[in-house]
Ligand binder design. Structure first.
Ligand code: GLC
Length: 562
C-alpha cells in the first residue's frame, strides 16, 4: 500500500487538449514538444497538475477518445521518449501528470476489436458486447432499441452477419465488455503501466457507463428520449468494478482518480467518491453546466437560470462535504466557452465576466480544473457553416435534427453552434501572428478563432489588468488561504436570480465570495459580519465596503471578515 498524501486537495489542474495546444513542427496538429515549450507559462499561472486529453494512437474518429493502443503515443504528438521528457520537465516545475483513460470503449482499430471481427471464435469476441439482432417480419433489427449518446442506434451490424456490436458513442467506438474478468485484468495492467512510469493519476472517461444490466434488453419506457440509459448509466456492477480497480491498482500508488460521469444519479454520485467506499477520489458532475439548456441537452438552448447554476455548483460542495472530494469545473473540451454562454454580454464585458466566473467557481470546495484558454477568457468561435466544425458530434446531431426531426437547416445550425464542442477545440491563442501563434502558419486541423488578434496570451501577459493576471491572483489567494482550501461552504441569497454569494469558513476565518451575474448595477446586502470586511480580490478597483453595496456589471469580490 502506498502512503496516500491527498496532494490533489491542494492541486490546481489544467486540462490540455493536445491537438489544439501548441504545434511545434508546423504540421497542423499540436504536439508534446509544443506542450513542453509552454510549461513555464503554466507554472507562472499557478498550475500544479496537467490532465492530458488522450495522447494515444488513434484514428481520431473522436479525436483520441477512440484509443487504438493504450500503451503508446500518437506519432502526431511525438514519441514515448518525448512523453518521458515531458514528465521530467513537468517534474522540474512541480507539475504532476494526469492521463485520460477511455475504458468504456476502444477504437474499432484496436487489435482486440480487429481480432474479434476477424474470427468469430476468437477470445476477443467476448471483449466486446456482441449480440444477435432481432428478426421482425423478415427484417433484421438491432438487438435492443438503445440509442447512442451521439444520437442514432447504439448497435452496428457486423458485416453481413446477423450479429451487432454495441457502441454507446460513435460506431467506431465499440464498447468493452466489463463483465469479462479478462478485460478488467487488461485494464488493470494498462493503469499500472502508466503509474509505473510516474503519472500521478487518471481521469476516467464516461466511467459510469462501464456496467450494463444483464441480460441486455430493450427499454420499454416510451417517454425516455435516450433509450437504454436506465440499463447502462450507473449500472448494477459499477461500484464493484471501481472497488476492484481500487484494491487492485489505485491503493498501491499515491494516485488521484477523477471520473467523468454521464448524468449520474445523485445517490450513486455520492457513493463513487465516498472516502471509505474505496472507489474514486472525485467525479465531474456537470449539473450546473446544464443551466442554459433544455433537459440537459446542450443543443437545445434556453434562457440561463442562475438558480439552477447555483444549485448545481454548490450542492456537491455542501452534500459531499467530509465524505469525499469535489471538482470545480466551468469548461472542458466538450463545452462551449463559458464567457460566451450563461446569458453573458460577452462583447462589452468579457474581462469582467471571465474573472467573475472564475471567482464563482474556483474559490469553492474542491480541486479547480481549468481548461486551456479559459485563463485568457477565450470566447466561442464564429463558425459560419457546418464545414468549419470538425467534431463528429456536431455533424451527427445536425443530421439527426434535419433528417429525422425535419428541422430546417437554418434553424438547426444556430442550435448546433450554440452547444458545439468545436468552440473549445480551436487552436490556443498565443499571440497575434498567423494562426494565433499556434504554429508557423500551416493550416491547423481546426480553424483558428478570428478573435485571436485581440484575445491572446501575449497580450494578457503584457498587461497589468488581464484575465490571465486575475487568474494568477486568484490562484495565489487560493493557495495561501486555508479557509478556501478546506473551509465549509454556506450560501446566502439562494433565491436571487442575479447574485451568487457564499462564505468559506475555517478555524475562525471567514471569507465571502460575491458575484454579480448581470450586466447591470445590482444592489447587494452583505451577510452579518462582513460590514467591515477587507477586500482580498476584486475585478474592479476595490470598492469601499459597507453592509449595502451596489455591484457593478459582473463584479466579483472576495471579502475577509474582520
Ligand atoms: C467523454 C469525452 C468526450 C468523448 C466521449 C466518448 O464525454 O469527454 O470528448 O467524445 O466521452 O469517449
Amino acid at each position: 500500500m502506498a502512503q496516500k498524501t491527498d496532494w490533489y486537495r491542494d492541486a490546481v489542474v489544467y486540462q490540455i487538449y493536445p491537438l489544439s495546444f501548441m504545434d511545434s513542427n508546423n504540421d497542423g496538429f499540436g504536439d508534446i514538444p509544443g506542450v513542453i515549450s509552454k510549461l513555464d507559462y503554466l507554472k507562472e499561472l499557478g498550475v500544479t497538475a496537467i490532465w492530458f486529453s488522450p495522447l494515444y494512437p488513434s484514428p481520431w474518429k473522436d479525436y483520441g477518445y477512440d484509443v487504438a493502443d493504450y500503451r503508446a503515443i500518437h506519432p502526431a504528438f511525438g514519441t514515448m521518449a518525448d512523453f518521458d521528457r515531458l514528465m521530467e520537465e513537468c517534474k522540474k516545475r512541480g507539475i504532476r501528470v494526469i492521463m485520460d483513460m477511455v475504458l468504456n470503449h476502444t477504437s474499432d482499430q484496436h487489435p482486440w476489436f480487429k481480432a474479434a471481427l476477424a474470427d468469430p471464435k476468437s477470445k476477443y469476441r467476448d471483449y466486446y458486447i456482441i449480440r444477435p439482432g432481432r428478426r421482425r417480419g423478415g427484417k433484421l433489427l438491432p438487438p435492443t432499441n438503445w440509442t447512442s449518446c451521439f444520437t442514432g442506434p447504439a448497435w452496428e451490424r457486423i458485416g453481413e452477419t446477423d450479429e451487432f456490436y454495441l457502441h454507446l458513442f460513435a460506431p467506431e467506438q465499440p464498447d468493452l465488455n466489463w463483465e469479462n474478468p479478462e478485460v478488467r485484468k487488461e485494464i488493470q495492467d494498462i493503469l499500472r503501466f502508466w503509474l509505473d512510469k510516474g503519472v500521478a493519476g487518471f481521469r476516467f472517461d464516461v466511467f459510469n457507463l462501464y456496467s450494463k444490466a444483464q441480460p441486455i434488453r430493450s427499454d420499454r419506457n416510451p417517454f425516455r428520449l435516450q433509450k437504454g440509459t436506465n440499463f447502462f448509466v450507473d449500472g448494477p456492477r459499477m461500484h464493484e468494478f471501481l472497488q476492484e480497480l481500487n484494491t487492485g491498482v489505485f491503493s498501491h500508488y499515491d494516485a488521484y482518480t477523477v471520473g467523468e460521469s454521464y448524468t449520474p444519479d445523485p445517490e450513486h454520485a455520492h457513493r463513487y467518491i465516498q472516502r471509505d467506499a474505496g472507489e474514486l477520489d472525485s467525479i465531474f458532475d456537470f449539473e450546473h453546466l446544464t443551466s442554459d439548456s433544455v433537459a440537459g441537452l446542450k443543443f437545445l438552448p434556453k434562457p440561463f437560470s442562475l438558480r439552477a447554476f447555483k444549485r448545481g455548483l454548490l450542492d456537491p460542495q455542501r452534500n459531499y462535504f467530509h465524505t469525499g472530494w469535489n471538482t470545480l469545473v466551468l469548461e472542458n473540451h466538450d463545452c462551449p466557452r463559458s464567457v460566451s454562454r450563461f446569458g453573458i454580454h460577452t462583447r462589452r464585458y468579457r474581462y469582467e465576466a471571465a474573472t467573475m466566473l472564475a471567482t464563482a467557481a474556483f474559490l469553492g470546495w474542491g480541486t479547480p480544473f481549468i481548461y486551456q484558454g479559459e485563463e485568457l477568457g477565450l470566447t466561442n468561435s464564429r463558425f459560419r457553416s457546418m464545414d468549419e466544425m470538425q467534431d463528429p458530434v456536431s455533424r451527427f446531431v445536425f443530421d439527426t435534427m434535419t433528417k429525422d426531426y425535419h428541422i430546417p437547416k437554418a434553424l438547426a445550425f444556430p442550435m448546433i453552434r450554440y452547444g458545439a464542442r468545436d468552440h473549445a477545440r480551436t487552436p490556443m491563442q498565443w499571440d497575434d501572428s498567423a494562426n494565433g501563434g499556434f504554429n508557423a502558419g500551416a493550416q491547423p486541423w481546426q480553424s483558428v478563432n478570428p478573435a485571436y488578434k485581440k484575445i491572446n496570451a501575449k497580450r494578457d501577459l503584457a498587461a497589468e489588468k488581464s484575465v490571465y493576471r486575475f487568474y494568477q491572483s486568484l490562484l495565489r489567494l487560493r493557495r495561501e488561504t486555508p479557509a478556501i482550501l478546506r473551509g465549509s461552504v454556506t450560501e446566502y441569497d439562494e433565491r436571487s436570480r442575479k447574485l451568487l454569494l457564499y462564505a468559506r469558513e475555517y478555524e475562525g476565518k471567514r471569507f465571502l465570495i460575491v458575484c454579480n451575474f448581470t450586466a447591470k448595477k445590482t444592489p447587494c446586502t452583505l451577510p452579518a459580519g462582513f460590514e467591515k470586511a477587507a477586500v482580498r480580490l476584486s475585478n474592479y478597483a476595490a470598492p469601499a465596503i459597507s453592509r449595502e453595496l451596489t455591484l457593478r456589471p459582473y463584479e466579483a469580490l472576495v471579502l475577509e471578515a474582520r
